[in-house]
Design a protein around this ligand. Structure first.
Ligand SMILES: [Fe+2]
Length: 302
């Protein structure tokens, strides 16, 4: 995912206190230019299913449409897609009760995310706007790192809307609506987490290629695989953990070295996408994460 592609949002001015962004101050979505938006990989469970590919292309088309109009089209999910959701969401719900952070559990309720049906980005957007001014924008697949992270500086998260293939509901090699709405979206209702995400976005706009690589690691060990002190316990808040049965149970097993969060260690920690994570980092609080990140991103501007 890390590439050197130049984002149209790259610039040198940095303000770390413009937390809420007015509609008129958003860049035009139609100006989004990404290189290599991810097409379906050959090892994807749906790669040889023509019907699935056509459906995924149709939903990706809605995301392209959004860029032209700025209006999110709700997806009319099929009964089979809803069944995939119900299966995954119910299995994860049980694990979340044991392992997810208390903030996350409440946030999922606040956003009306249930095991019953696939939530629409438009519904969640309305609630997020009230709570933290965060926005969700449809995208048709994985995009390059700088472009993706830069949108966070406008409190915008690019989200896929299609769902994984029904033959392997527990697995997806790419982000899908399960990963986005069960993994990522609830945490954007947390003001500290929302600000922290925005700082990462600011960083991505001015980072050198080396700094961007470090930012990618910070994102990985927090937004994707983060753990947090929660009362006397350690709990999960990262989307890669919360949206995967295997990763979530593994994270709490004795096969994982759970270390106190240390920025220097994290930004220098090389990881692999494909294996289960052997080391995870535990933040003391979302506020602490925000403040450490603020200082770190401020150092980019010097
Ligand atoms: Fe993710």
């Amino acid at each position: 995912m890390l590439t050197d592609a130049v984002s149209p949002l790259m610039e040198t001015e940095l303000e770390l206190d413009n937390y809420r962004v007015a509609d008129e101050d958003l860049p035009e979505f139609r100006d989004m230019k990404f290189e290599n938006i991810n097409e379906l990989h050959i090892d994807h469970p749906g790669a040889n299913d023509r019907e699935y590919r056509t459906r995924r292309d149709y939903i990706a088309g809605l995301a392209r449409n959004f860029r032209m109009t700025g209006v999110i089209t709700d997806v009319e999910y099929s009964p089979r897609e809803q069944r995939v959701w119900r299966y995954v969401a119910e299995e994860l719900e049980d694990l979340h009760q044991r392992y997810a952070s208390s903030f996350y559990l409440q946030a999922k309720k606040d956003l009306g995310i249930t095991t019953d049906h696939i939530p629409q980005l438009s519904e969640m957007n309305r609630r997020l706007k009230e709570l933290t001014g965060f926005r969700l924008a449809p995208i048709e697949g994985l995009v390059e790192t700088r472009g993706f992270l830069s949108w966070l500086s406008y409190r915008v998260m690019l989200c896929t809307q299609y769902i994984r293939h029904h033959s392997q509901p527990a697995y997806t090699p790419e982000p899908d609506i399960v990963h986005e709405s069960i993994g990522h979206i609830p945490m954007f209702t947390n003001p500290n987490f929302a600000d922290f995400s925005q700082f990462i976005g600011h960083g991505a706009r001015i980072a050198t290629d080396k700094q961007l690589e470090e930012l990618g690691r910070l994102y990985w060990f927090t937004v994707e695989f983060g753990m947090v002190e929660d009362g006397d316990d350690i709990k999960a808040y990262g989307a890669g953990l919360l949206s995967s049965f295997g990763e979530l149970e593994h994270a709490f097993s004795d096969k994982v070295d759970r270390r106190p969060f240390d920025l220097e260690q994290v930004i220098n920690h090389e990881y692999t996408y494909s294996d289960m994570q052997p080391v995870l980092y535990v933040i003391p609080s979302y506020e602490e994460l925000k403040e450490v990140t603020r200082t770190y991103i401020e150092s980019f501007a010097k």
